[in-house]
Design a protein around this ligand. Structure first.
Ligand code: IPM
Ligand code: MN
Length: 371
């Protein structure tokens, strides 16, 4: 058996970040035991909690620890306690700073409807219809990183943010999205607002030019307002979606809602160095400390980490199947519970996923998951 030894930097962060991250670690540990791998976890301060401890959301030692690690597992940042700080000192600025410093310009958010959750989707889907798409969000440029200004005061106050994209920034993320689509159902939807924004015009021209190198991929360019509508009325048409930093942020929350809960969606960020994995749900301060958050987004991050940063495809598939199996047996956190199913806690959900994982690793025939 090919044994793997990896160091994983853990940035649990704020709100429900620590709860979901620690159960994701427990799943990775279960996996290490079942398959004979070794993971070393290095916890580092990050986000609001790091501001409290060290005076800044992204301390130098945290960044250094991420650079040295084989992968980063992140929880979430932010909370009302830090909301009155100026934008550049808030926990969210630490997250943007980390993405920039690690050169993470690609963010992949897979959104897939679990069969057992069809009834909680807010959509009335036909029996044959499903949702299985990936959003490739540009992560290191655009309006989240352009210059910001506030001037004047009171009735004369004004504020601005700037969206800037260069050909190179568009090309590097678009090439990745084309390759991702080529390996899936070969459809790419590039989403912009080229009827209004100059940055979107450049985006569209660049993506359409690159399409010539991928004749097997069918490219459609859509305006973001229409894309938001199409996602709701006919989500099955989407395979890979490529879009800018801000549009990707917005559309990924919308898409998450369609499959039942934002708590289910993982993400992976790639670029020049260490890859980073974080669920997309954010810190959800109202749930923090209650052991009721949905850990599936974080656990699916662990699966992506196994596949993409460790080359452990089989182990990743077993984690994903264990999640599917647990949901199919009716185990639900409150965000995805329905009237007839009692909700379990975050740690109970994780325990069930872990025990399915351990059992399936031993009883290959019963589960037949290619273990
Ligand atoms: C996300 C989050 C972040 C973002 C915030 C917390 C800065 O909403 O990862 O989707 O906007 O990227
Ligand atoms: Mn977001």
């Amino acid at each position: 058996m090919n044994q793997v030894k990896k160091t994983i930097a853990v940035l649990a962060g704020d709100g429900i970040g620590p709860e979901v991250t620690h159960v994701a670690i427990s799943v990775l540990e279960e996996c290490a035991t079942a398959f004979g791998h070794r993971f070393e976890f290095v916890e580092l301060p990050f986000g609001g909690i790091a501001t409290d401890l060290c005076g800044e959301p992204l301390p130098a030692e945290t960044l250094e620890g991420c650079r040295k690690a084989d992968a980063v597992l992140l929880g979430a940042v932010g909370g009302s306690k830090w909301d009155s700080l100026p934008l550049d000192r808030r926990p969210e600025a630490g997250l943007l700073g980390l993405r920039k410093a690690l050169g993470l310009y690609i963010n992949v958010r897979p959104v897939k409807l679990f069969d057992s959750l069809r009834t909680i989707s807010p959509l009335r889907l036909g029996e044959q219809e499903t949702i299985d798409l990936e959003i490739v969000r540009e992560l290191a440029g655009g309006i989240y990183f352009g210059s910001r200004q506030i001037s004047g005061s009171e009735a004369n106050e004004s504020a601005s943010d700037t969206e800037v994209y260069s050909v190179k920034e568009i090309e590097r993320v678009a090439l990745y999205a084309f390759r991702r689509a080529a390996a899936r159902r070969k459809r790419l939807a590039s989403i912009d607002k080229a009827n209004v924004l100059a940055s979107s015009g450049l985006w569209r021209r660049t993506v359409e030019r690159l399409a010539k190198g991928f004749p097997e991929v069918k490219l459609d360019s859509l305006y973001v307002d229409n894309a938001a509508l199409q996602l709701v009325i006919r989500p099955a048409q989407f395979d890979v979606i490529l879009t800018s930093n801000m549009f990707g942020d917005i559309l990924s929350d919308e898409a998450a809602g369609l499959v039942g809960s934002i708590g289910l969606i993982p993400s992976m960020s790639l670029g020049n160095g260490t890859a980073l994995y974080e669920p997309i749900h954010g810190s959800a301060p109202q749930l923090a400390g209650k052991n009721s958050a949905n850990p599936i987004g974080a656990i699916l991050c662990a699966a992506m980490l196994l596949r993409e940063s460790c080359g452990l495809h089989r182990e990743a598939a077993v984690v994903e199947k264990s999640v599917e199996h647990t949901l199919a047996s009716g185990i639900r956190t409150p965000d995805i519970a329905s009237r007839d199913l009692r909700a379990v806690s975050c740690s109970e959900m994780a325990a069930s996923i872990r025990s399915t994982l351990a059992e399936s690793a031993m009883e290959t025939e019963k589960y037949g998951w290619g273990v």
